[in-house]
Ligand binder design. Sequence first.
Ligand code: ADE
Ligand code: ZN
Length: 341
Amino acid sequence: MTGIEISPFIAKLPKAELHMHLEGSLEPETLIKLAEHNGIRLPYADANAVRQAYRFDSLQSFLDLFYLGLTVLQKGSDFYEMTSAYFARAARENVRHAEVFISPQAHLRRGIPIAEVMDNILAAIDDAKSRHGMTGGLIVGIQRQFDESDALDMIKAVRPWRDRIVGLGMGGPELGNPPSKFTRAYDIARCDCGWHTMAHAGEEGGADYVRDALHTLKCERIDHGVRAESDPDLMRELAERGIPLTVCPMSNCMLNVFPDMASHNIRRLHEAGLCITVNSDDPPYFGAYINANFAAIQAALGFSDTDIWQMARNGFTSAFISDAQRQRYLDEIDAHRPATA
Ligand code: ADE
Ligand code: ZN
């Protein structure tokens, strides 16, 4: 519970969410239930104890819990339930399109059949269309703490679903694992698989990681990217090329990227002309789904409704969807344009 009040404007605004990890969407109650069903021992007696553990001092302290939490996913139906629960919740927040990450290596390493993972997640994404009228895309994320051959094995394992995957991303502990570690994997994703590309960069790593993701990996979007601010030339390039940053404000505060929301640089990034989108990252872990993220930045940083509308609109211009679908969503959000815009 965040206690953040969400305005009717934010609640009703059609949104695209482009940075959300499915394994990070497991609510504590679901985590405990799946652990019991699947005979997984967690060091938490109940959902409240899990919530108590949501106190982080760094990216790594969060990742430790994230990787432990995902071990409750054992059966195909667990992956279906996780995915459909996220899309149902997102639909209630007026998310119209969501591009969601998974970390296939974490499941491959535990011996979970990859077809169980992929088929069930994709089925739940398909069902979100008929249930909620939502569109969705699946992004496979490299775990950067492992070596490139592990990432290449993962790409090989998910290749049978090549046409159902929209992109390749990269998450995990950033410092010491620069984007250039995965040059071949990104070349294969782009050239052989026809996937879009993005990477977490500039979350705990510096602007040089963002440069590396842009120039070495040729990423089309940057996940987080907030530390690009220290490099004026890079900022100019991001603005001129319209490279979207998928910013996750509550995540950044919970992981000490910024000490509090009033210190977050999202307003400066937006005012510097960057294409900024707002996202939840791992919503239960950070106490906020997408609407609470919008509400928190508006409360702390004084964004106008027009700014909020512009950033929500950026979500649709930055999504990996067809031009026809994009136009339908832009028509929807343009009908919500504040009178002063
Ligand atoms: N995996 C899930 N959330 C993440 C984050 N915020 N940074 C890096 N890896 C992640
Ligand atoms: Zn993330």
